[in-house]
Design a protein around this ligand. Structure first.
Ligand SMILES: Nc1nc2c(ncn2[C@@H]2O[C@H](COP(=O)(O)OP(=O)(O)OP(=O)(O)O)[C@@H](O)[C@H]2O)c(=O)[nH]1
Ligand SMILES: [Mg+2]
Length: 316
């Protein structure tokens, strides 16, 4: 374990945030004077880059457009002991950074999330944003057995073990969902601390498109549910199909040929049987994927125990 003070990197994804970026950098500099502050830009067309450089941030460019790609680059490219992720739109309170970092410093958590919906918070939401966040948190909690209040927060602190150990593939705003689900599934310790969200300043524009990004977030929850819980996913689909097929078959066989057309009645019976078989097939696929998944988990855990013996991947 290192005797020295841990190094801290503040990571700020930024796209056209000239209105607020100077304040965000200055605020975090005064809270964490020794931290390195990185601004990851995506060819902003305003003065974001110039202002960030003037304010003393290390500015990096990401050619692939999207917050998800930017986070992937940050996690791969930035070296530190502790990491803070925060938006460049000055909607999160910099003073809360110590509460976010404390559990990671104390090795009590791998990811601390600044929750805008935690009990006691007074976040300034639009009603649609509040509803969307509540709905996605509820869906994710149901599917993955978690008890989180804010799965989409852009204000987080991470351990190095987390940042270098997690693999992310999302390109856009579904990245926080991927981050949260993978953290749950891989057994990382997640903590939430309350933070109050502020409104964006006058003249600063949101980059999120509620309908498009909402669909991407929901699709991310569903696809990771299928990947990480295949037996439950395909089991539900399979049982539903078998039930529908069975009801249809019972109806057709008990009422006789109500159509008057022998060909149509036969087609109905055959379709019902095929639907039942499709249900059985779905359950079988779920069982096979579940077994493969379990073997992969063992394989991954063995890889980690080998990796931990190498000094640069050792746990702090
Ligand atoms: N580099 C980069 N940053 C991005 C991109 N899209 C969004 N961001 C940044 O990611 C952060 C979050 O984006 P926001 O538009 O604030 O999204 P949000 O916080 O979910 O929504 P609002 O705060 O309500 O607007 C901001 O700092 C954006 O500038 C992108 O494509 N590239
Ligand atoms: Mg924001």
């Amino acid at each position: 374990m290192s005797e020295q003070e841990p190094t801290i990197a503040v990571l700020i994804p930024c796209l056209n945030e000239a209105v607020s970026i100077r304040k965000v950098i200055t605020d975090f500099r005064s809270e964490l004077p020794d931290a390195d502050i990185y601004v990851f830009d995506n060819n902003s067309t305003d003065d974001t880059v110039r202002i960030a450089q003037e304010a003393g941030a290390i500015v990096c460019q990401e050619s692939r457009r999207g917050k998800g790609y930017v986070l992937q680059s940050m996690f791969q490219g930035v070296e530190a002991d502790l990491y803070v992720l925060v938006d460049g739109d000055d909607t999160y309170p910099s003073q809360a950074v110590h509460c976010l970092l404390a559990p990671v410093r104390a090795h009590e958590a791998d990811m601390v999330v600044g929750s805008r919906l935690h009990k006691g918070t007074q976040s300034q939401w639009s009603p649609l944003n509040r509803l969307g966040n509540w709905f996605f948190a509820l869906t994710l909690n149901r599917f993955f057995g978690a008890h989180l209040t804010d799965i989409l927060s852009g204000y987080r602190a991470f351990s190095r073990r987390f940042v270098k150990g997690i693999s992310l593939f999302s390109g856009g705003f579904e990245i926080e969902t991927e981050l949260t689900i993978k953290a749950i599934q891989r057994g990382y310790r997640i903590l939430e601390v309350p933070v109050d969200l502020r409104r964006r300043s006058e003249g600063s524009e949101s980059k999120i498109h509620l309908a498009r990004d909402g669909i991407l977030i929901l699709a991310m929850i569903m696809s990771l549910f299928r990947d990480y819980k295949p037996l439950t996913f395909f089991g539900i689909v399979g049982l539903a199909l078998s039930f529908v097929g069975l009801v249809s078959l019972l109806f057709a066989s008990t009422t006789g040929n109500w159509t008057g057309e022998p060909g149509l009645w036969l087609a109905w019976m055959i379709t019902s049987i095929l639907v039942i078989l499709a249900g059985f097939l779905a359950v079988s696929i779920g069982m096979v994927l579940h077994t493969i998944d379990r073997r992969f988990q063992e394989f991954e855990s063995q890889i980690w125990s080998i990796a931990r013996t190498r000094p640069n991947l050792e746990e702090e």
